[in-house]
Design a protein around this ligand. Structure first.
Ligand code: 3SK
Length: 496
């Protein structure tokens, strides 16, 4: 794509702030409403305070922690303008996780919202932001005239931590050009965000799904964004209606909850519904389409690739498949030796594109990046038209009596039962069959614990050999701070 040819010297924050006229509405949230001019001014004030008061030099890393609200965005942009490296952390993380991130990322200082100072490692130089805080005092002395550091397009702009569905978090490095590339591919060519759009959503901006959808995409398009702090799905639906939102980014669980709360009609004014973070069950896609006439744009992305690389919109959508490679990316299904498998055959999903995967440390680089392909760790199948269908995380395939069974496929079948609110399917080691398909199930309040009824439902929905031989009823499922299911926790539990 010609739009992906960036100059050698490029500062992503300068580019994102350069476009729209200063008086255009830009960002709302937590009682703040800023124009583009105001965001530009505050980001430059933060950059000046970092450089002149806090001694930041280009390449230094800055840990960020806070809720989704405009000052976190000003801090993130300020770090990039100053040539620093942003290390955004999920608001839900606690001391142990922040210790791990600090140990891996080695930040020089932290900018932390004044309500989130707890749990920050005490030996890290920490400056509070927002309200009547230390940063507020510091920036008052700066007039917003900071000249952005002339970083190279391939200088590191951010470290993004994977959310740890398999345990310890891992850091990936992303360049200034990568920040623009996610907007110039998925946002521009699939979602199609326009200057008139009003964007909102639930993912934290510390998660790259949220960073892209709620910050980078709207700024690159000159649109405006509404940042929300901890809303329930019904509140999300009401906010969408009240704020005139036209593009919504959230996860499948939120779409399901909006439907269950009978609030789907509140989304009727939206132009684009986007789902990522987990596989979107076809049942949720159809229920939302029936309720609103809207077609959810599903996508798969990863922290390693920064954002979405397979997706589809409009007439290109085939519900139940994730879609095709996003313009600018290539995707393939490969065997364990890196050779393409025939269409229709399951294999390892691999992707190439402008935002490649670079791990900060550890030995994952050689395992997950081979021959220019990034192996995502997902098992997918591609059809002859180039549509990719998710089968499982490669770790989530269950081999039972010689059958390959996709845990997520059984979950989707279980979720089609009206009493099932949430479900996770993993393998329990078994001498006779190798593994037993085991379902952990959260039931609707007041529903009867009837394992046989759920097993029959699965047998009638998908091939009967896939039914869960063990069914455990639980109050909730283990999830990461980004809402992804932690099947490894259940796998450990199932293994005793
Ligand atoms: O999990 C995903 O699908 C995702 C999407 C966009 C950006 C980041 C991630 C992990």
């Amino acid at each position: 794509l010609p739009e992906l040819r960036y100059p050698r010297q490029l500062n992503a924050a300068r580019e994102l702030l350069a476009g729209p006229p200063g008086e255009r509405p830009c960002m709302r949230g937590s009682g703040i409403a800023w124009t583009y001019g105001e965001l530009r001014h505050h980001a430059a004030q933060v950059a000046a305070a970092l450089t002149e008061d806090l001694g930041l030099v280009p390449g230094n890393r800055v840990l960020l922690r806070g809720p989704n609200e405009p000052w976190q965005v000003a801090c993130w942009l300020g770090v990039l303008l100053a040539g620093g490296v942003a290390v955004a952390t999920m608001p839900m993380l606690r001391r142990t996780e922040l210790d791990t991130i600090t140990e891996l990322a080695r930040p020089s200082l932290a900018l932390v919202h004044h309500d989130f100072l707890h749990d920050v490692p005490p030996d890290l130089r920490t400056v509070a932001y927002g309200g009547d805080s230390e940063l507020t005092g510091m920036i008052a002395a700066h007039d917003g005239g900071f000249a952005a550091v002339d970083t190279a397009a391939d200088d590191v702009a951010l470290l993004a931590f994977t959310s740890g569905t398999t345990g310890r978090p891992k850091a990936t490095m992303h360049f200034h050009r990568d920040v623009l590339a996610i907007a110039d591919t998925f946002s521009r060519h699939v979602v199609g965000i326009q200057p008139s759009d009003v964007v909102t959503g639930t993912p934290p901006i510390a998660f790259t799904f949220g960073l892209g959808g709620l910050v980078v995409f709207p700024l690159r398009a000159g649109a405006s964004t509404v940042l929300l702090d901890r809303v329930t799905p019904p509140q999300l639906a009401d906010t969408v209606a009240e704020e005139g939102v036209t593009v919504l980014f959230t996860a499948p669980t939120a779409y399901r909850a909006v439907l269950a709360a009978g609030k789907a009609d509140r989304l009727a004014g939206v132009r684009r519904l986007v789902s990522a973070g987990e596989t979107l069950p076809a049942s949720v896609w159809h229920a939302m389409h029936d309720a609103t006439g809207l077609q959810i744009i599903d996508g798969i992305g990863s922290t390693e690739m920064l954002h979405v690389f397979i997706s589809a919109a409009d007439d290109d959508i085939r519900p139940g498949t994730t879609g095709r490679a996003v313009p600018g990316y290539q995707a393939a299904v490969l065997d364990d030796d890196g050779r393409p498998v025939p269409d229709g055959t399951p294999g390892n999903l691999a992707v190439k594109g402008p935002t490649g995967c670079r791990y900060l440390n550890g030995d994952r680089q050689t395992t997950y990046v081979r021959h220019g392909w990034n192996f995502t760790g997902d098992t997918y199948v591609r059809d002859a038209d180039g549509y990719f269908t998710y089968l499982a995380r490669s770790d989530d395939m269950i081999v039972s009596s010689g059958y390959n069974i996709s845990g997520p496929e059984v979950e989707q079948a279980m979720l089609g039962h009206p009493d099932v609110v949430d479900c996770a399917v993993v393998a329990t080691p078994d001498e006779e069959r190798g593994s037993l398909v085991t379902a952990y199930v959260v039931l609707r309040e007041g529903a009867t614990r009837d394992a046989a009824a759920l097993q029959d439902h699965v047998k009638q929905t998908i091939a009967p050999y896939k039914y869960p031989r063990l069914v455990e009823f639980v109050a909730e499922l283990p999830r990461t701070s980004t809402g992804k299911l932690q099947r490894f926790v259940l796998r450990q539990q199932a293994a005793g």
